[in-house]
Write a protein that binds this ligand. Structure first.
Ligand code: NAD
Length: 377
């Protein structure tokens, strides 16, 4: 059976062959990321050297309330260069929190930020950098991938506004596999699916290119091969290293090419209903891939190869179940009467998408996601 699938789903087809078939791939733009990356175990001990490398003298350390203790210990470990800790980072980067942090930046005469945490903490560092152009060091503790992008999503008055600017791209990222060990099981696997969503949308981005394509497939394969082990045990260091490697690549994909329907729906629902970001990505991904699948046969073929199954959207749906992620919008706290307003909001400022965006089909998509139905065949 496996051999038959391998023949049908030629996901391992050499890249050059797919370039030849898809002429548009001959013409592309590629920008390499400017971020310096350290990856390994125990790498957080390099923080002092990296602060010095950037010439920082008065850094502000950022954290969520839940990670404040750890971040304070990190700050103490580098001595006087740690000028203060601001531990109010919040999901979806509310502008009001950024304004509080900016007051601290001014009061303490800060010359750079160190964000230690998940996408929420990274988001706060980026929001500060966008307004002040201060250099950033990010030490990610989830698989969100935000640290590798020049993208900032901020929320005010129930609306999430996303912008991209070179000032937002962090100068240095220190990946330390050790730091993902404390991430609770459910949060870890949902965060891995957030990374998976970046890589999957990169495969059909209108401005995709062969390098990002390679990174995306490698990222999907690394995440697909490691998240089930993490779902079983946080102690599996190899699995956490593989997932963090996948998250790094996914972050580059997200920062390099434009995203489509999936990210648009997540940004819209996240901003309107304050839903948990990673779980929302995990919930919607099988449905958005099912929606786009008829328009992206080459991508479907490649994903068939990675998942070794015939229907990648269905594979992702089953994968979520295997990872025991909450996968209904109802469970995530969305009100059912929010579906139509959310679709209208998404359609009012859509991202480019391979398949035309049809209001009724999108309402049907969100209804399926709301109740946790299988993705549309
Ligand atoms: P998060 O940063 O909100 O973290 C979730 C919770 O887990 C927090 O309470 C945090 O303190 C805790 N946590 C994080 N790492 C931990 C660890 N190792 N051990 C114990 N607890 C830990 O969640 P997230 O999913 O990483 O980030 C979501 C945010 O990131 C959203 O606001 C989203 O918009 C943003 N994001 C932005 C981009 C981008 O490129 N701009 C990309 C992805 C996500």
């Amino acid at each position: 059976m496996k051999t038959v699938l391998a023949h049908r789903c030629a996901g391992t087809e050499p890249l050059l062959m797919s370039i030849t078939r898809n002429k548009t791939m001959y013409s592309f733009t590629y920008n390499a990321s400017s971020t310096r990356v350290l990856f390994g175990t125990g790498t957080v001990s390099e923080l002092g050297i990296e602060l010095e490398r950037l010439g920082l003298k008065r850094a502000l350390f950022l954290a969520t309330p839940g990670q404040e203790g750890y971040v304070r210990r990190c700050a103490s470990s580098v001595g006087a260069v740690a000028a203060g800790v601001f531990a109010d980072a919040t999901m979806h980067t509310p502008v009001s929190v950024t304004e509080d942090a900016l007051r601290v930046v001014r009061d303490l005469d800060i010359d750079g930020v160190v964000a230690i945490g998940g996408g929420s903490t990274t988001g706060l560092g980026k929001a500060i950098a966008w307004r002040t152009d201060l250099p950033q060091i990010v030490i990610p503790t989830t698989y969100a991938g935000s640290e590798m992008t020049p993208i900032l999503g901020e929320t005010a008055d129930g609306r999430k506004v996303t912008r991209s600017d070179p000032r937002i791209q962090p100068e240095t990222v220190i990946y330390d596999v050790e730091l993902t060990k404390t991430l609770p099981r459910g949060a870890a696997v949902a965060s891995g699916m957030n990374a998976m969503a970046h890589a999957i949308e990169a495969l059909y981005a209108e401005d995709r290119n062969p390098v990002v394509n390679l990174m995306a497939l490698e990222a999907i394969s690394a995440l697909y091969g490691s998240l089930p082990q993490i779902a079983e045990s946080r102690d599996d260091e190899d699995a956490r290293a593989k997932a963090l490697y996948g998250a790094w690549l996914s972050g580059i994909c997200l920062g390099s090419v434009s995203m489509a329907l999936h990210h648009k729906l997540c940004h819209t629902l996240g901003g309107m209903f304050d839903l948990p970001h990673a779980e929302l990505h995990a919930t919607l991904l099988p449905h958005t891939l099912a929606y786009n699948s008829p328009a992206i046969p080459e991508v479907v073929e490649k994903l068939c190869g990675v998942f070794n199954q015939r229907d990648p959207a269905q594979s992702l749906y089953e994968f979520n179940q295997r990872l025991r992620i909450k996968t209904t919008l109802a469970d995530l706290g969305m009100a059912k009467d929010g579906i139509e307003p959310a679709v209208d909001a998404a359609l009012s400022k859509p991202y480019k998408n391979p398949r035309a965006l049809e209001r009724n089909s999108l309402i049907a998509l969100l209804r399926r996601a709301y109740t946790g139905n299988h993705p549309a065949p």
